[in-house]
Design a protein around this ligand. Structure first.
Ligand code: ATP
Ligand code: PRP
Ligand code: NIO
Ligand code: MG
Length: 567
């Protein structure tokens, strides 16, 4: 393998050393992502390759998945940046070498001398841009390089792409069902699969279309907007209004001071109790809840939001919230809204909205009816869909467990398969046709139709003439002879771009910011034909191969498959 001094071309084509590229790209977000974060068999294979003098053979691997998750017909690709961060910094430390020596005691010393020199300066990575909508069988990444080194990347690459793409897709599906106008908050950290699951969920749910996270570390690491309310513990920690010591509140312009905000709140609560339009809805409210709300408003007068379901939403939480909000209003502040965390969220959001409208009318409180209603509590695609079917008044959803654990499907099932070695195409056969790999170093294209929608993805051999806009192209199902179609694309887009040129001198694609990846994801989702995206019985998107590649796959298949014998 080439030494670290080998060049990696930069985005503008000017060569830079691998060390400079590593500096520019930075290291993996999670320090646990090191060259040792792989399966033991990658090292045993590396040793066997090395002993056989085969370790520098030039291999091509494809990373892809076989089936879209969550019963859908689309997936969002994510995790690419973390893969590039790993290979940009891929170097064994002396302590790693010692550890490997201890677990592989029968291996010759020369192997460890070789590992000491291994880096990714001779590895090339081509990938579909992160945040793209992608489909089964099409390589998300093509990794070329010395077989032993690329083999070591299998496990971490699949690890870095699998959950990232799964949870991004899950987030995109939640966005789709909630609709564009709703605010989506990711609240999953406490329920995520460990710290990395939590941080990754926050990052990738943002890419998939969430607006903000409650995860402070993710806010710091990635610049994701942070949002939050308060918990039941805060509400139930108060016993009475007497606990509130500092009762003064200045108006937003600082010119007036209300010396006893608690009394002002009590006055507003009495007004609410006496209001004709609200009579019969509530009587005496819970005073410890009122104390909690008042105290929170004193701490955050510009951003007052209350969790209203600790005792009784309509008989206590909502009237108490309104009393505090009206008191803030009279000083010139605007309350933000409420959170509902139990009960029938459709019904409660509707009656809460009616109450807010009635208050607006009764007291001439401008925009009081537009108060934000946030809902949470074991929400998922199905419950949001059910709420939509019932009618509701929820403006924002806080979603945790089902979102970040990808409760509906545990894994995407990404694989990393050898497709060529030393320019010789390789195939992996299986009884299950869906598991037969598509051989050869390939180019991948997305063909767009007249209406601007993607029509079909097509893979070709590396040296075939690429499909061109306006030309009639035969697209074939890779394994089903009768499934084929002529396509005249309006536009053709090459999918795999060079993100790590190794020693090839090709220009390196820049890694976009998280915000740009999110924009790409939302644009891609938007441009899909709606029948591919619907929740119930979506239409499969077509993934095809060129006629030439089809013929070659089947030639190789027959060549490699032993002929059975019947007696
Ligand atoms: N209108 C609705 N239609 C469909 N599902 C709903 C609706 N309102 C709430 N849900 C969902 O129903 C489930 C209700 O949860 P659960 O049975 O645990 O009751 P709860 O309201 O949490 O009660 P509590 O917190 O008082 O124990 C949650 O998953 C919630 O998202
Ligand atoms: O429901 P999720 O989608 O996971 O969203 C996050 C949940 O976490 C919080 O409470 P927690 O669940 O810790 O306590 P609770 O069940 O008593 O509300 C919050 O009130 C939500 O209910
Ligand atoms: O800020 C919130 O309301 C929140 C945060 C995490 C989990 N549940 C709720
Ligand atoms: Mg809960």
């Amino acid at each position: 393998m080439a030494a670290a001094a080998a060049v990696a071309a930069t985005a503008n084509g000017s060569p830079a050393t691998a060390a400079e590229a590593a500096e520019e790209i930075g290291g993996p977000t999670n320090p646990m992502v090191t060259p040792l974060l792989t399966d033991l068999y990658q090292f045993t294979m590396a040793y066997a390759y090395w002993r056989a003098g085969k370790h520098l053979d030039r291999a091509v691997f494809d990373l892809y998945f076989r089936k879209n998750p969550f019963g859908g017909e689309f997936t969002v690709f994510a995790g690419l940046e973390e893969c590039i961060r790993l290979i940009a910094n891929f170097k064994f430390k002396e302590a790693d070498i010692s550890f490997l020596r201890s677990v592989m005691p029968t291996c010759e010393d020369g192997f460890f001398d070789y590992l000491r020199e291994v880096d990714c300066s001779d590895v090339e990575v081509y990938a579909i841009p992160e945040g793209s909508v992608v489909f089964p069988k099409v390589p998300l990444m093509r990794i070329e390089g010395p077989v032993a080194a690329v083999q070591l990347l299998e496990t971490p690459f699949v690890n870095l792409v699998n959950y990232a793409s799964l949870v991004t897709t899950n987030a995109a599906r939640h966005r789709f069902v909630a609709g564009k106008s709703k605010v989506l908050l990711e609240f999953g950290l406490r329920r995520a699969q460990g710290p990395d699951g939590g941080i990754s969920a926050s990052k990738y749910c943002y890419i998939g279309g969430f607006d903000a996270t409650s995860n402070v570390a993710a806010g710091k690491l990635f610049g994701i907007p942070l949002r939050g309310t308060h918990s039941h513990a805060f509400v139930s920690s108060y016993m009475s209004l007497d606990e509130i010591q500092d009762r003064a509140l200045k108006s937003p312009d600082g010119l007036r001071t209300c010396e006893d905000f608690v009394s002002l709140v009590q006055t507003w609560l009495r007004k609410l109790q006496l209001a004709g339009s609200l009579s019969g809805i509530f009587g005496e409210t819970n005073q410890s809840e009122l104390a909690a709300f008042t105290s929170y408003a004193l701490a955050f007068p510009n951003n007052f939001l209350a969790l209203v379901d600790t005792y009784d939403v309509m008989r206590s939480g909502i009237p108490n919230f309104c009393a505090v909000a009206l008191a803030l209003n009279s000083l010139g502040y605007r309350a933000s809204g409420i959170r509902l965390d139990s009960g029938d969220l459709a019904y409660l959001s509707i009656v809460a909205r009616e109450f807010f409208h009635a208050v607006e009318k009764e007291f001439g409180a401008p925009d009081f009816g537009k108060m934000t209603i946030t809902a949470s509590n074991d929400l998922n695609e199905e419950t949001i869909d059910a709420l939509n079917k019932q009618r509701h008044e929820v403006d924002a959803y806080g979603i945790g467990t089902y979102l970040v654990t990808c409760y509906a499907q545990a894994a995407l099932g990404c694989v990393f398969k050898l497709v060529e070695i030393n320019n010789q195409p390789r195939i992996k056969l299986s009884e299950d046709v869906a598991k037969v790999s598509i051989p050869c170093k390939k180019r991948c294209f997305r063909l767009y139709g007249r209406e601007g929608y993607p029509l079909v993805d097509m893979m070709t051999g590396e040296n075939e003439p690429p499909p061109k806009a306006g030309e009639r192209i035969l697209c074939r199902h890779p394994f089903n002879e009768s499934k084929r179609a002529y396509v005249v694309p309006q536009r053709v887009e090459e999918l795999l771009k060079c993100y790590w040129p190794g020693s090839s001198q090709k220009p390196r694609e820049e890694l976009p910011s998280l915000k740009k990846i999110r924009v790409r994801c939302l644009q891609h989702l938007e441009q899909m034909r709606p029948d591919h995206m619907r929740r119930l019985n979506p239409t499969p998107y077509k993934v095809s191969v060129s006629s030439k590649l089809y013929d070659f796959i089947h030639f190789l298949w027959l060549n490699e498959a032993p002929v059975g014998e019947l007696q």
